[in-house]
Write a new protein. Sequence first.
Length: 358
Amino acid sequence: MSGIQEALSPVTDWLIDKLGMYGLIVADILPLAFIGLMVLLVILVRRMNNASKKFRAVRMVNQAKEAAEDEEYERAHELYMAAQRLYPKQQLVSDLEMARLCRKGKNSDWSLRGQEASAAYWFEKTIHGFGAEGRYEYGLYLVEDSDDPMKAAQGVEYIRKAAQWKYPGAQETLQRLEADAEKAMQDKKYNIAAAMGNGKAQFLVSGNAQDTELRRKWLELSANSGYAEAQAMLGIAYRDGELGLKKDERKAVEWFTAAAEKDNEEAQQCLCVLYADKNKTEKDWDIAIKWFKKFAEKGDATAMYNVSVLYGWKAAACAKRNNIKTRLEGLENREYIGLVFSANEWKRRAEANGYKTE
């Protein structure tokens, strides 16, 4: 402040000499006025500089749009990025527009590398800001431009969401993809069909996956789609603790049962083995009997014999529960008589179909 006063002293002396008391008053406020003027000049210069930067940045954006129209995608990308760096205060180009540009560039002679040259990077940023439009275009990108069936499946979900929001063209795209999926199954090109939720295709993609985690994910998708073979295999994975899963008999049984109800024999056999255990409960033996009878109905003599054994276990459990110690006491218990009869009858059927007991 003293420096400013010293610099202005010739002016203040002149004002005091000419104006007297009024000059003294003006001289006192002159340094403050000078500082205010300098501040205003600095603000004005900065605003002019910002305006100049914005003007040049907007001009770059317009040049980028022209370059994109001429299919000079790399130059357009460079101009867009340069414009944003020059004027970072405002987003001059939308994330969706950048995603579209990168997608077009990737499908041409695109040599740019890095995160900002990736359409996926920009599409990811559109998910929240552009709603249905962003999801729809990102979905198309994942389905049409990705070789990864898992990403394609994610793309289908984005398109479905856009269709739920009534985005123009989304429902028609889903119908086209469904038709493509049917043709893909016929042509044994399973990626699109898997992405569209075809359980068999998902199961086949799972079998071709090199990565354990990816294989499990596709197997789970297939199982959840209701494909019986996948359900049986997922049950085995839970039973044995495979594919990175912890052993879980309850979940194994759930998947075995789902597959068995669809007449998957492997799952039915697994349930028989799980429940045909002398240490299990009578209810468990009933489940084993149910599935062994499925094989018995097809003429499997071993299954018939196993049904006989299980009825024998149930008869022994009934005797213990009712304190039956002699045959005579057993004749007085209808449940016991029925179980013994069933055990003998199924043993007779097994032997009649060629099963040899020692």
